[in-house]
Design a protein around this ligand. Structure first.
Ligand SMILES: [Zn+2]
Ligand SMILES: [Zn+2]
Length: 119
């Protein structure tokens, strides 16, 4: 590949904004990535900022899914344990509690799996 602006020179990399080849003179280093010097430096800086925000956002998503997973899991276990221990006294109602517990456990697992998508 050669430089887009100097076809006779070999490219050292490509601009992150437009994907054109850049020689040493045309390449500007913006946040550890390359950009066309005096052309796309600003655009590439904006791209990098947006990327950083995405990374932060997905970390937040993951954390909230994990919190939900723990919450549902614990409450679900509680319901199942309660239903089991009261089954002798409550009969059908105990089964009802266990069903709620299983449903909450399922919600917890679903949240856990969903949170694993963000990393
Ligand atoms: Zn050049
Ligand atoms: Zn460019």
């Amino acid at each position: 590949m050669t430089c887009f602006y100097h076809p006779e020179r070999p490219a050292v990399g490509v601009c992150k904004h437009c994907g054109r080849g850049l020689c040493g003179d045309c390449a500007a280093l913006v946040d550890d990535t390359l950009a066309c010097r005096n052309r796309h430096e600003q655009a590439v800086h904006g791209l990098n900022l947006a990327n950083e925000r995405n990374v932060l956002q997905s970390a937040r998503f993951r954390a909230s899914y994990q919190r939900n997973a723990i919450f549902y899991g614990l409450v679900g276990l509680l319901f199942v344990a309660f239903g089991l221990s009261q089954y002798r006294f409550l009969g059908l109602e105990g089964i009802f509690f266990m069903m709620i517990g299983v449903f909450l456990l399922y919600a917890g697992i679903a949240n856990y799996l969903e949170g694993r998508k963000y990393r």
